[in-house]
Design a protein around this ligand. Sequence first.
Ligand code: ADP
Ligand code: 5GP
Length: 206
Amino acid sequence: MSDQGILAVVSGFSGAGKGTLMKELLRRYDNYALSVSATTRSPRAGEVHGREYFFVSEEEFDRLIQEDQLIEYARYVRHSYGTPKSYVTEQLQAGKDVILEIEIQGALKVKEKFPDTLLLFVSAPDAAELKRRLAGRGSESEEVIRARLDRAKEEAEGMDCYDYLLINDDLDACVEEMHRIIQAQHAKMSNNRRFIERIRSELAEC
Ligand code: ADP
Ligand code: 5GP
């Protein structure tokens, strides 16, 4: 068992299927903790306060920033989104693998603060399929879909900063691939400092 849980960031174009993948990953495996972000956007049909997001006003969001309660925050198509700090640190210490499903600016800030963070980027197999999924979800206006596709073009410029690319074609295969990549991080030397120290001191006694 490595020193503590793995911190993994999952980003990707809007409509690529990040939310769907996260739900399935959490349904299949029980060592994951998905961070619930705060946002100023309105809930979509079926979204519940405290489950998908903490839906807050602009004023409440500003207060979270002032009180240093967020690990990172960013603007995304007219709204603010941020990751609450306390849940992430508690879950990592408890040995859970914590997933942040956040956009690219936030991902890079997290990597700066916690250099061992694993960065995963999710894409649909091609742009036409991405458009179909985004429109098919039926949760955004034409105008917001356009803005999200424009944002996808910017994100594509930065996606090569990520450690791994996950192409979400077959959902089942993609969930398993994500699980394998995250679990492989437990074997990294940098995640096993406690073991290294212990074996060194045991060997010193031999
Ligand atoms: P994101 O969270 O990345 O914005 P969603 O999880 O909301 O994306 O998925 C966008 C749409 O694409 C949803 O309608 C979802 O059911 C669909 N979808 C997700 N993954 C797949 C997949 N592998 N194949 C086909 N449709 C998918
Ligand atoms: P959506 O409105 O589709 O739920 O999310 C829009 C974008 O905001 C997605 O790319 C999502 O990953 C990102 N996002 C969600 N929560 C956070 C967060 O806490 N911080 C940052 N930086 N981005 C977030």
